[in-house]
Each structure stands twice: as structure tokens, then as C-alpha cells.
Design a protein around this ligand. Structure first.
Ligand code: NAD
Length: 456
């Protein structure tokens, strides 16, 4: 069988399984989720090890940003599934529709394809997978080939524990993903770059498959003159350098008011030293760059290239001081590594113009105390998420949807928003047969038109 034939066969298997109704009962969904939780718990040490091999992730980061995060997500589905999937009753305009009832039913879409990147290679497969299963779907997952240790482990534990009619893993790269994208999925959930997001959406258009695109881009961070600089520097030093800067919502660049620039820079240096010591390559809390290609791309942006270490795939925490009109390669594309341009500005208006003329980012971080300025950011800028006085932490609140806008993506997920993402919200209108109002039927009388005019 060719790859395409094998995938077609898999898709047919999942289609038959979904159509049998087996994925629908809440009890069955919980059973599958519990099993997923169990195997994650049973393999926690292996997952930590794979993340260490792929990205040099510390055990703390592996738990906080990947394994623990997913466990919590699954537990919240187990706890809230009935409430989040319950039909929602709505009012009915009886004078217009006649006697009837209305409700919105959350119906699983069917067979879902999940394509994931390498930077949080466990979480970004498992969190959408848990959402798809909680909503009552089957899923085919395609982990990233670049985080190969995590990819292999996911394939091994999923294949050993799930029938492929419910959850299947397809491994491989561009060729396999392109073959998957030829098939008619009921939903495609893609996390990755904006460039590949466009390829996914083009392929999805062929079958009119709905898509969620969780993409990337340059997330700006603004530090106003009235910000708490100590705290801003500490939080930014954490959020920028966690996972060696390979985080889709890492602060990509900082815009700092000129009056606080030097204090901010001093504080950043102090925090880097406190977090990773004087030689971060030796720190077990500082990650490595995923591949040689990305190492070389990042090294190219560094003013002091000799500080990078290819054998260790190590790029040190690097700051690039710029003024608002300076051009630099680090400002051409998403950095996705531990390099932070720091742009000095004088006036708030400059900041709004700078941000608004660039693509809408996945996250926008603003450190400031002034409520009027906060309000301006809320209403005048567009971004997937907006955070005041912190970075990244919005992703940790399961009550908030996570997703982008414009070039940073479309759709959102996490918690009950995953149920929304992977369900069709079907309107169900149930009309009474006991009364039939004649108004709508021709031949139309003058009085009927007057009444309609009045009703609407
Ligand atoms: P990528 O787009 O290169 O790859 C993502 C997936 O697409 C992989 O599974 C890969 O095999 C597949 N793929 C790659 N090229 C393809 C092609 N030509 N045709 C079909 N499939 C293809 O992204 P990446 O390098 O793995 O991840 C980094 C990007 O992901 C960054 O831009 C980052 O911001 C973004 N990201 C976004 C989020 C989010 O939640 N919004 C999270 C993590 C990463």
C-alpha cells in the first residue's frame, strides 16, 4: 500500500468508528481521557527524558509547561465535561416562529487532524488531542519530526494504548503531512508557522474542512515610564529565556521608554545571572536550540557570534539595543530564540504606530500602571492575547481562550474553548404541531404585511 492508500484506509476506519456513535457518550469520552491521563502519568519520566534530549528542557519546565499542563487540562475536562457539553436552551420569538422550543447542541465534528510543532512537542500534541477527544471526536495526530525523541515516544505510547480507529499517530515530515492534508477532515487543528499555516488552509479549502490555526509571529513587549522596572525585567528575563526563547508567546522584542532603559537593562543582566549563572551553557535550567538550522539562523543575528556554541546548540541570552527607526535582521521575522531586541522610544504614540503597522501578534505585553494607557492598548491594538504587567501567564488561565488573530492565527482552544473548537454548535428548533399560524402562507393579505412590518 502507498502512504496515501494507508492514510485513506486510516481515515475510513476512523470515519466508520465515529459514525458508529461509539465516541459520543460522555462516559466513553471520560474513559478515553482517563486512559490518556493514566499513560501520561505512567510515562512521565520517559516524557521528561525525551524533552531533555530534544530541547535540553529541565525537569521543572517539562512538568510546568508540558506534562503537568496537559494533566491539568485533561482533569478539567473530566470535571467539567457534562457542564461544558450540555445543550443550551434559548428563547424563541413565539410571535414570529409560532410555538416552538430552541436549543444549541454541542455535536462532535467527527474526524480531526492535529498537526504540531517541535517547541512544546508534547503539550502541543496532547492538549488539542484531549480537547478533540473530550468533544467526542476521533483524532489523527502528526507530531513534529524535529523533536524526534518526543515524536517516537508519543507514537509508542499512543499505539500501545489506543485503537487507531480512535487515536492514530502518523509520523514523518512534509511529505506525510501533505498526504494527510489531501484527505477530507472534519476539522484540522494546526500549530506551527504562519508560512505552513497558509499551506494547511489552502489544502483545507479543497474539502472546505474547518481549520484552527495556532501560528506565531513577533509578540511585542512595551515598558512604559511608570512600569515597575524590577518586576518587568524579572518576568521578561523568565518569559524570554524559558525553553531558550523557543516559545510562540515569548516576548519577541521589547520597546522601553528612554527614561527607564538603562535601569531595565541592568535589571535584565542581574536576573540572567541569578537564573542561569555567569555561563548559561552550563546551567541545567537553560535549554538548547532544536536544530543546527535554527542554531545557524540565530547565530547570524548575534553581534558577537563567537559566543554561540554549535556542538551544544547553545545561543547565549543576547540583547540587541536599537532605536525605533533602526533596521536589524532580528526585526525581520519571528526570532524564536534567546535574542531580545530592545528598542528605545520617547512617546506613546510612536509605540502604537510601530505595533499597528506590523502584523497582528499572538500576544502583546504591556508593563504600565496608568489605567488610561492600559485602556488605550485594550481598544486600539489587536493581538491574540493582551497581558498587563506579566508575560506568558495568560496561557495558564484555563478560563481564557488561547489563539491568534490575523497572521498569528484563527480560532482558539483550552478548557471549554476546546469543546467549542471541536464541536459543531447545532441549532435545534422544535416546532409545535398543535397550532399553525397562517401569517407566513400566501396569498399574502395587506393586514399580514402590516403585522410583519410591526413585528420586525
Ligand atoms: P512549522 O510550521 O515548520 O511545522 C509545524 C508542522 O507542520 C510540523 O508537524 C511539520 O512537519 C509540518 N510541516 C512543515 N512544513 C510543512 C509543509 N511544507 N507542508 C505540510 N506540513 C508541513 O513550525 P515549527 O518550526 O515546527 O514551529 C515553530 C512555529 O510554530 C513558530 O512560528 C511558532 O511561533 C509557532 N507556534 C505557535 C504556537 C501557538 O500556539 N500559536 C505554539 C507553538 C509554536
Amino acid at each position: 500500500m502507498t502512504t496515501t492508500e494507508k492514510l485513506l484506509d486510516l481515515r475510513e476506519k476512523q470515519k466508520r468508528h465515529f459514525e458508529s456513535g461509539s465516541t459520543l457518550p460522555i462516559s466513553q469520552r471520560k474513559k478515553v481521557l482517563r486512559k490518556l491521563l493514566e499513560i501520561i502519568e505512567a510515562h512521565q519520566a520517559d516524557i521528561e527524558h525525551a524533552l531533555f534530549l530534544d530541547l535540553g528542557k529541565s525537569s521543572f519546565e517539562a512538568v510546568a509547561t508540558e506534562i503537568g499542563y496537559v494533566r491539568k487540562e485533561i482533569k478539567s475536562f473530566l470535571k467539567n465535561l457534562e457542564a461544558w457539553t450540555a445543550p443550551i436552551k434559548v428563547n424563541t420569538p413565539i410571535l414570529i416562529t409560532g410555538p416552538a422550543s430552541g436549543k444549541i447542541v454541542y455535536q462532535p465534528k467527527g474526524n480531526v487532524l492535529i498537526i504540531s510543532p517541535w517547541n512544546y512537542p508534547f503539550q502541543l500534541v496532547m492538549a488539542p488531542l484531549a480537547g478533540a477527544l473530550a468533544a467526542g471526536n476521533t483524532a489523527v495526530i502528526k507530531p513534529s519530526e524535529f523533536s524526534s525523541n518526543t515524536e517516537k515516544l508519543i507514537a509508542k505510547i499512543i499505539r500501545a494504548n489506543f485503537d487507531e480507529s480512535v487515536v492514530a499517530v502518523v509520523t514523518g515530515g512534509v511529505e506525510e503531512t501533505q498526504a494527510l492534508l489531501q484527505l477530507p477532515w472534519d476539522h484540522i487543528f494546526f500549530t506551527g508557522s504562519t508560512k505552513v499555516g497558509k499551506i494547511v488552509m489552502r489544502a483545507a479549502a479543497e474539502h472546505l474542512s474547518p481549520v484552527t490555526l495556532e501560528l506565531g509571529g513577533k509578540s511585542p513587549t512595551v515598558i512604559a515610564a511608570d512600569a515597575n522596572i524590577k518586576l518587568a525585567a524579572k518576568r521578561i528575563a523568565w518569559g524570554k529565556f524559558i525553553n531558550a526563547g523557543q516559545t510562540c508567546i515569548a516576548p519577541d522584542y521589547v520597546m522601553v521608554h528612554q527614561s527607564v532603559r538603562s535601569k531595565f537593562r541592568d535589571e535584565l543582566d542581574k536576573n540572567i545571572l541569578a537564573f542561569f549563572g555567569s555561563n548559561p551553557v552550563e546551567s541545567s535550567f537553560y535549554g538548547k536550540i532544536i536544530s543546527e538550522r535554527h542554531f545557524e539562523r540565530l547565530q547570524e543575528m548575534m553581534p558577537e557570534k563567537e559566543l554561540a556554541n554549535k556542538a551544544e546548540r547553545y545561543i547565549p541570552p543576547t540583547f540587541i539595543e536599537l532605536s525605533i527607526n533602526d533596521a536589524h535582521t532580528s526585526m525581520d521575522e519571528e526570532i524564536f530564540g534567546p535574542i531580545l531586541p530592545i528598542i528605545t522610544y520617547n512617546d506613546n504614540q510612536e509605540v502604537f504606530e510601530f505595533i499597528k503597522k506590523r502584523p497582528r501578534p499572538l500576544a502583546l505585553y504591556v508593563f504600565c500602571s496608568n489605567r488610561n494607557l492600559q485602556k488605550r492598548f485594550e481598544t486600539e491594538t489587536h493581538s491574540g492575547g493582551l497581558v498587563f504587567n506579566d508575560v506568558i501567564m495568560h496561557i495558564a488561565n484555563p478560563e481564557l481562550p488561547f489563539g491568534g488573530i490575523g497572521e498569528s492565527g484563527m480560532g482558539s482552544y483550552h478548557g471549554k474553548f476546546s469543546i467549542e473548537c471541536f464541536s459543531h454548535k447545532k441549532p435545534v428548533h422544535k416546532a409545535s404541531t398543535s397550532i399553525d399560524i397562517p401569517l407566513r402562507y400566501p396569498p399574502y393579505k395587506d393586514w399580514a404585511k402590516k403585522l410583519v412590518n410591526w413585528l420586525f
